[in-house]
Design a protein around this ligand. Structure first.
Ligand SMILES: N[C@@H](CCC(=O)N[C@@H](CS)C(=O)NCC(=O)O)C(=O)O
Length: 261
C-alpha cells in the first residue's frame, strides 16, 4: 500500500503516524493526540520546501497539505489513511474518547452540538480565512501585481479580524454570564474541548499577519493562555519542532519551570 513512499517517510507498521509540520492545522492533531494520551510518530512534511506536493504524498492526501494521519492499528489489517484536520479530530474522538470524557462531550449532552458548531466554524471559516491571510501576507504570489496583493491582504486580514471579533464577543458574553459549573475561559461548557484546541495554532501565530491579539482581544488572550496551560497542549504544539507561537517575536510565552504565562 505504501510502496511509493520513501522508506524513511513510511508510516510505522503499527500505531499512528502523523504527517505534520510546524503548521497550525497539523498541531491541532498532535495536541489532540497528546491530550488523549495516544502514542504517535511524526513524519515532518516540510511545506516550505514543497514536500506536500510530492506525488507519493498526494497519494495519501489529494490536496497535498498537512495534516494526514495513518492508523495502522495492531498491524493486522489495512491501515486507515485520513486527512483534513477536522475529519482527523472527529476520527480520534470517536476512537479514543467515544464517551466524551476527555476532549469531547458526550453525544447526547447539551454541549455536544455547541462543540460541533465551534469546531466546524474553526475548520471551515476561521482557519480557512486566516490561511488565505497568511498566504497573501507571508507568502505573496509573484504572479499578483502589488495592487492585487494589497487587496488580498486587506480582505483576508479583515476577514480574520471579523472572526476574532466574533470569538471575542462570545468569550466576553461567557465572562459576563455563564451557567453554574461552566468555565468562562473555554468556548463550550465546563472544560477545554476539541473546539478550543483547534484554534490554538492559528491564534498564537496571528502576529505573523500583524494582529496583536493581546492588545486587541483581551478575552481571546485569557482563553488562549488558559488552553496553552492545559496538560499536553505545549507538547502538541512542539511535536514537529519548537512552535513559533512561542518564538521571541511572538507575544505568547511557553509555560514551564522558568517561564510563566
Ligand atoms: N482544510 C485543510 C487545510 C490544510 C492546510 O492547508 N494545511 C496547510 C498548513 S496549516 C498546508 O499544508 N499548506 C501547504 C500548502 O497549501 O501547500 C485542513 O484543515 O486540514
Amino acid at each position: 500500500m505504501f510502496e511509493n513512499i520513501p522508506l524513511e517517510m513510511r508510516p510505522t507498521p503499527t500505531g499512528i503516524t502523523l504527517y505534520g509540520f510546524i503548521a497550525p492545522n497539523a498541531v491541532k492533531v498532535s495536541i489532540a493526540l497528546q491530550i488523549l494520551g495516544v502514542k504517535y510518530t511524526v513524519r515532518n512534511i516540510n511545506i516550505l520546501k514543497g514536500i506536500q506536493k510530492s506525488p507519493w504524498y498526494v497519494e495519501l492526501n489529494p490536496e497535498g497539505t498537512v495534516p494526514t494521519l495513518v492508523d495502522a492499528g495492531d498491524g493486522s489489517s489495512s491501515p486507515i489513511v485520513i486527512w483534513e484536520s477536522g475529519a482527523i479530530l472527529q476520527y480520534l474522538l470517536s476512537k479514543y474518547d467515544p464517551e466524551g470524557r476527555v476532549l469531547g462531550y458526550p453525544v447526547d449532552s447539551a454541549e455536544y452540538p455547541q462543540q460541533l458548531s465551534w469546531l466546524f466554524f474553526q475548520v471551515s471559516e476561521a482557519g480557512a480565512l486566516q490561511l488565505q491571510a497568511n498566504r497573501h501576507f507571508v507568502f505573496p504570489s509573484k504572479k499578483d501585481t502589488e495592487q492585487e496583493r494589497n487587496l488580498l491582504k486587506t480582505r483576508y486580514i479583515g476577514e480574520t479580524r471579523r472572526i476574532y471579533r466574533l470569538l471575542e464577543r462570545h468569550l466576553a458574553a461567557r465572562a459576563k454570564s455563564h451557567a453554574p459549573g461552566d468555565d468562562p475561559l473555554v468556548l463550550v461548557g465546563s472544560r477545554v474541548c476539541v473546539a478550543d484546541i483547534a484554534h490554538i495554532g492559528w491564534i498564537t501565530m496571528a502576529f505573523l499577519i500583524g494582529i496583536d491579539v493581546p492588545s486587541e482581544f483581551p478575552h481571546i488572550t485569557k482563553w488562549i493562555e488558559h488552553v496553552i496551560a492545559q496538560k499536553g497542549v505545549v507538547q502538541g504544539l512542539d511535536a514537529s519542532g519548537p512552535w513559533f507561537g512561542f518564538s521571541r517575536r511572538a507575544p505568547w510565552k511557553r509555560p514551564g519551570p522558568d517561564m510563566r504565562l
